[in-house]
Design a protein around this ligand. Structure first.
Ligand SMILES: Nc1ncnc2c1ncn2[C@@H]1O[C@H](COP(=O)(O)OP(=O)(O)OP(=O)(O)O)[C@@H](O)[C@H]1O
Length: 325
């Protein structure tokens, strides 16, 4: 049995002239929590959809649980669980009926069905809505039910495409506990896409994807180490002036990030004190911190993950989030 549960080779997806995924290759080991991190439109959903067999690749190959995503589609589907961004619940059924249907489709043992349904409804805080028609649920409630449904059976690989968008931190934490249990007790491999840095931190390894290409792949710790040194963020009276001064005097490449002058230095504490004394631009605030995954992305691309424009998907997610309240 191969150590890798997913093997992707030169996978391509083109829409007319536009390449959404440009020949990416990577492997996911059995039992890993593997994350795809990248801005809107990077190609995360397209890749996950190809691996789940819902989108046909234009070129390249991929094996999921040893099965080819084009030639052995039904075997791939038997091996996976999916929690997608779009709702696919039957709104004319109650919450429990939706979950029971899923149990039957995925052959969850009969004696375990009631227990798993009750547990998951509790986790997503819908236990009091068990027998209510989904039609009258808010967007957020539907989302939570969709997640509960995706977690009912124990697949070899669980695909989560931006699963927690719009959920409150407590619900997210409870769902994560359950996902970790799936990994620990049932050996489920988790493949997720995310914008959330804290979620990306949970991953054993992360692929950073941008413009349809994997630009880095490693553990969160190694990726952050690759930034080198600490991150300094200065609030100044004239950011542009400070940026020019830092470049001229110290050859430091600083950028204006969310109204702060941001840059990296090797060994924070010592270098920073002399730098502050010598800088002519008045400093208002100073923040010195260890690098985050956002800094990794910034270093690799010169942009921030959150800097991207809102897509239609984002607008839909935002509506869904509001629908909850
Ligand atoms: N059916 C389609 N036809 C044409 N272009 C598409 C289609 N599906 C996706 N794309 C384009 O492919 C690119 C990658 O989209 P994808 O949804 O994979 O990005 P993503 O990284 O998942 O972003 P998000 O975080 O917004 O979900 C985008 O530019 C998108 O507009």
């Amino acid at each position: 049995m191969s150590q890798n549960i997913i093997e992707v080779k030169q996978l391509v997806k083109s829409y007319d002239d536009f390449a959404a995924v440009k020949g990416i290759s990577f492997e996911v080991e059995r039992g890993e929590i593997f994350g795809f991190l990248g801005p809107n439109g990077a190609g995360k959903s397209t890749t996950i959809n190809m691996l789940c067999t819902t989108v046909k690749p234009s070129d390249g190959t991929a094996l999921v649980n040893g099965y080819d995503i084009v030639k052995d589609q039904s075997k791939v589907r038997e091996s996976i669980g999916i929690i997608f961004q779009e709702n696919s619940l039957d709104i004319k059924m109650t919450a429990k009926e939706n979950l029971m249907l899923h149990c039957r489709l995925y052959a969850v043992p009969k004696k375990e069905r009631e227990h798993r349904i009750d547990l998951l409804l509790k986790i997503v805080e819908l236990n009091d809505r068990k027998d209510k028609m989904v039609e009258f649920f808010s967007g957020g409630m539907k989302r939570r039910l969709e997640i509960a449904r995706g977690l009912l059976h124990y697949p070899k690989v669980l695909f989560l495409d931006e699963p927690m968008v719009g959920l409150d931190p407590q619900t997210r934490a409870r769902i994560w506990e359950y996902i970790k249990m799936l990994k620990e007790e049932h050996g489920t491999t988790i493949f997720l896409t995310t914008h959330y840095m804290d979620e990306a931190e949970v991953c054993s390894r992360i692929a950073i994807i941008d413009h349809g290409e994997v630009i880095a792949i490693d553990t969160p710790a190694n990726l952050k180490q690759s930034v080198g040194g600490d991150v300094v963020e200065l609030g100044t009276e004239n950011n542009q002036h400070a940026i020019i001064e830092l470049k001229q005097k110290y050859s430091i490449q600083a950028v204006d990030k969310d109204g702060l002058v941001s840059f990296q230095i090797d060994q924070g504490t010592q270098q920073i004190s002399s730098l502050i004394k010598e800088l002519e631009t008045p400093i208002v605030t100073l923040n010195l911190r260890r690098p985050t995954l956002n800094d990794v992305f910034l270093k690799l691309t010169g942009r921030q993950i959150r800097e991207e424009e809102l897509t239609e998907k984002d607008i839909m997610r935002e509506r869904m989030r509001r629908g909850r309240h």
